[in-house]
Each structure stands twice: as structure tokens, then as C-alpha cells.
Ligand binder design. Structure first.
Ligand code: SAM
Length: 218
């Protein structure tokens, strides 16, 4: 019995250590979630309802004809349900990720479901130039902490959103790159956003960052 407990403790400790090293290293350079772990990213976490694809979708307040940007879309856990939802309503999705292997997985899923309202963009959110005021909604689901220059990324998303649009940021404590609500709000405000709806709790949440209709509203 003692040996089993030692083994389990050792495995948990090893994962914690990897998480801490990974998180600290990410502060210096981009260390995205490895693409071979995409099967794991595709699972909806049973302990964090707020971060499930279905819940995130419900909180996006999507309307017909909208265009949505999913930054760090990974294997399309959220981008595909959004594309499915908007398919009948003339809306579309841009699935963006730094890793081509992740986008490849989204392409396969879109093809399988015959979804034609999804475009793919490979790029680093720190450096990409997005078309100004193109998107009604943008998403960062457990991605923000993987981007070393979070300020630059948020500024770029801000300029790419239409006035009155919003960025939905979801975080959960199980992610080694977890960002607290206060950090997300502070970074958002400095990029020009204002705080919108908050869902969940401090361990797993979605915080909407709104782009005001006009600069007079800031
Ligand atoms: C933990 S996964 C989350 C995937 C997806 N958002 C989800 O919740 O299922 C983080 C994703 O962000 C991507 N990523 C990390 N840094 C990025 C960057 N600088 N620009 C664009 N994507 C990035 C990674 O490649 C990875 O697919």
C-alpha cells in the first residue's frame, strides 16, 4: 500500500514540476502546448463547466452573420462548435494557431462535417497583423498565458474587433499557464478594453473584455 501511495505521489509531483518549469520557461519565449497533446486539449474538463465548449458558446451571444476569431484554437474544441452554430446563420469563424499541426486537426474535423464557413490562419498572436475592425467576437481559451507578450497580443485583438464587439477570455486553474481574473482584467484595460460579463469563479472563468462603441465611452 505504501509503495502505491509513493508511486502516485511521485507521478503527481512529476507533473507539478513539469508544469512549473514549463510555466517559468514560457515567460521568456513562446512554449505552446505541444501538438502531440492535442487529444488531451480536445477533452472538455469535467471539473470546469465554465470552460466547456458548449458553455463558452452560450456566453458568446452570437447573432446571424457574425465573424468570430478563435486565437490559439488548438484542435478546434471550441472553433468547430462555433462554426457549426453559425453555419445556418451566414456567420463564419477564423481559426488561428501558431502550430500548423493543430490547424490540420481543425481542417480534418471541418471537412468531416462539411463546414465551409471556417478559415485557417497560422501565426503568432504576438506578431500577426489582423485586419482592423473585422471581428464581432474573439476568443482566448486557455491561451493567454502561453503568449510571452500578452500586452501586444491584446492590443492586436482590440484593433481587430469591431466597436461594440468583445473578446471572451477563459481560464482554468488546471492549466499550467493559468491567468487570474485580476491579471486578465488589468491587461485588458491597458489594451483599451473595458470589463464586461464575468462567468464562473476564480478557478475557472470566462471574462468578457469589451471594445467600446466609441472612444468617448472609454
Ligand atoms: C492549451 S491550448 C488551448 C486550445 C483551445 N483554445 C482550447 O481551449 O481547446 C493553447 C493553444 O494556443 C496556441 N498558442 C500558443 N501560443 C500562441 C501564439 N503566440 N499565437 C497563436 N496561438 C498560440 C497553442 O498552439 C495551442 O494550440
Amino acid at each position: 500500500m505504501m509503495e502505491i501511495l509513493t508511486l502516485v505521489g511521485g507521478i503527481v509531483g512529476l507533473f507539478l514540476l513539469i508544469g512549473i518549469v514549463w510555466r517559468l520557461s514560457s515567460r521568456r519565449r513562446s512554449l505552446p502546448c505541444p501538438s502531440w497533446l492535442r487529444w488531451f486539449v480536445e477533452l472538455d474538463n469535467p471539473f470546469a463547466k465554465t470552460c466547456r465548449a458548449e458553455t463558452i458558446l452560450q456566453h458568446l451571444d452570437l447573432r446571424p452573420g457574425m465573424t468570430v476569431l478563435d486565437v490559439g484554437c488548438g484542435p478546434g474544441r471550441v472553433a468547430i462548435p462555433i462554426a457549426r452554430h453559425l453555419a445556418q446563420q451566414g456567420g463564419d469563424v477564423v481559426a488561428m494557431d501558431i502550430q500548423e499541426e493543430m490547424l490540420q486537426r481543425v481542417r480534418e474535423k471541418a471537412l468531416k462535417e462539411n463546414l465551409t464557413n471556417i478559415q485557417f490562419l497560422q501565426g503568432d498572436m504576438e506578431r500577426v497583423n489582423l485586419e482592423p475592425e473585422r471581428f464581432d467576437r474573439a476568443l482566448l481559451v486557455t491561451v493567454l498565458g502561453e503568449i510571452p507578450d500578452r500586452e501586444a497580443a491584446l492590443r492586436e485583438i482590440f484593433q481587430a474587433l469591431k466597436p461594440g464587439g468583445f473578446l471572451s477570455v477563459s481560464e482554468m486553474i488546471f492549466d499550467p499557464h493559468f491567468q487570474s481574473r485580476d491579471t486578465v482584467a488589468r491587461l485588458g484595460l491597458s489594451a483599451g478594453f473595458r470589463e464586461g460579463h464575468f462567468y464562473g469563479n476564480r478557478f475557472a472563468f470566462t471574462l468578457n473584455l469589451e471594445k467600446p462603441q466609441s472612444s468617448a465611452n472609454t
